[in-house]
Each structure stands twice: as structure tokens, then as C-alpha cells.
Design a binder for this molecule. Sequence first.
Ligand code: KG4
Ligand code: ZN
Length: 337
Amino acid sequence: MKILGIESSCDETAAAVVENGRAVKSNVIASSLDKHKLYGGVVPEIASRCHAEAISGVVQQALDKAGCTMQDIDALAVTYAPGLIGALLVGVNFAKGLAFACNKPLVPVHHLRGHIASNYLTSNLEPPFLCLVVSGGHSHIVAVNGYTEYKVIGRTRDDAAGEALDKAGRAMGLEYPGGVSIDKISKNGMADAFEFPHPKVDGSPYDFSFSGLKTSVINIIHKHEQRGDNINVPDLAASFQKSVVNCLISNLEKAALNFGYNKIVLAGGVSANSLLRKECAAMCKRRSWQLQLPELCYCGDNGAMVASQGYYEFLAGTIAKSSLNAYATMPIDIINF
Ligand code: KG4
Ligand code: ZN
């Protein structure tokens, strides 16, 4: 079964053709990232306009690269939530029009379920497993008990991990997105140069809080500026990255132990982070747990992950009506469209 997956929840216009949820036939991404760099973050209006300009060409390229026409496609899958509403609407409306015109079923896909499915593209991974989903907008520890069965065990109380990295990077004067810049520059820094407090979160022992760490970075920078000192940015970046990764790993380890999971999976843009991947591998080795990391090319937003999850949603009977809408927020464990 060939599925055409369409993604437009943030700044990537993406489309892909994937067979039976696993075999990637094509994966085309057009990013408007460069246009947002000037502003230090994604500007929703610019993102929407770029999606509208790019989407027909991206979908056509995905079909061409897969050697397909719409006749060869069995179903369409589209990210309908969560994300930037104007951006999501471009993908959803395009997919609705194409599905209607070609008389094909349309499957709505939750963006984070898609990120988790990026792991199905390069391995024979099957649920159940415990997944740390870390992106620009979300930081969740999710028990994935089936292809469409999820239970959120921990979540961030404030900023997402990617958001905190992006904001800290901006405060350090690094290029957007800060997460990518911090990962790069940290390789030249000493991770024990600055100390950050381990944030305390009331309530769930698996929840995260990153806004305090981000404020600490900003305070350190201000103090140095006031004293007229030059700050060692690679050292600061490396220390901050280490403290974010420590928070993520320590809660993930606790959750895996307490809920009895021995298969650990990462997903989302931040799963590309080299220290997070290294520390996760070290934890799994120490505990003799199985580890699955998404390939770097599937960590960020892409159409293949949407097509993959779309396959499993289709098998579970989830088909959109022509009234399908987009939603800026939506819990991962609910299908509501
Ligand atoms: O999943 P994604 O592409 O978009 C959302 O769904 O949000 O994630 C984007 C986030 C950004 O915050 C970006 O800084 C972060 O992923 N990111 C990284 C790395 N690559 C992307 N963070 C740390 N290290 C990286 N190598
Ligand atoms: Zn994403």
C-alpha cells in the first residue's frame, strides 16, 4: 500500500511516498528556515505563505521521485495537528482537495505520532516501547503501546527542550535555530565550565521544566556583560546542553525503570542532538536496554514520517471526512478531527 504523506505544521513543506509504512520511495522537503533566520524564530505568516507557494511543487516532486502518479497512490496522509494553524491549514486543504479530486482516502496524522513513526522508516521497530519525543514545541515521555495507542508519562511544564535550546542560543548570539548551533559549538567547549541547577518540578516525577535553565543562561550572560567580561560561548553552550540532556535522560531512565520498558526510542528535531544520542546510548548500554534512534535525515519534520504513521492510522480505520480541520493543539492520545 503506497501512501502520500504531507507535512506543513511549522517551517518545512514536505511530501513523501512510503510503502506499507516502512519503505521510503521519495522524501522531499522545502524549508523556509532561511527566511526566518533574520527574525530569530519562525514567523507564522511567512511560514504559511511559503507553504502555499511550495506545496504543489513539493508534492509533484515526491510523486516523480517515487516514479508514481496519483493513480498509484492508495491513500493520502496529512499532519492536521498540532502546529502553527495557518501553516497546518495549507497542508490540510491541499490534501483535502487532492484526495477529493483523485477519489482517494485521506488519513489525518498527529504531528508527534508522525515523529515517533520516523523510527519505523529505518528499522523493524514495533511497539511497545518508551519514547522521548523532543521537538521545538514539545517534550514528552510517551509509552507507545501500539501503533495508535499512546500514554503520556511525562511532559514539560513550560518550554519544550528545543524551544529552550533555541532561546538560549539566541541569547548567546548564535544563529537560529539555536539547538543546531549549540550542538555544533559545544564540540569546542567544556561542559563543566558553568553549573546549572537541576530544575525541581512539583507533581509528576517524569515532568520537565526548562524555563529556569534558560533564565540562568540569560542571567550568566548579563552578569558577564555588566562586568565587561568576555564570555566563553562554546563553554556556556556545552554546559547548557549538558544540563538539558541530563534532565531529559534522568526522567527517561526513571520512567523506563518504573513502568518496566526495556526498549527506548527517541523522536523529534532535538533527537538529532549528538550529546542526547550519545548519553541515551550510554544509558541503554548500562541498563542492557534496546535503543532505537531515528536516522538524522528523519529527525526534523518530513513527509515520510507522516506517510508511515498514516499507514498505521489507516489500518486502524481512521479516515477523514471532507470536514477535516486543522488544530493548533491536540493531545497525542486522542484522535479528534
Ligand atoms: O521536530 P522539529 O523539526 O520541529 C517541531 O516539531 O518543533 O524540531 C525543531 C527543533 C528546534 O528547536 C531545533 O533547534 C531542534 O529541533 N534541533 C536540535 C538539533 N537539530 C534540531 N536541537 C539540538 N541539537 C540538534 N542537533
Ligand atoms: Zn516536528
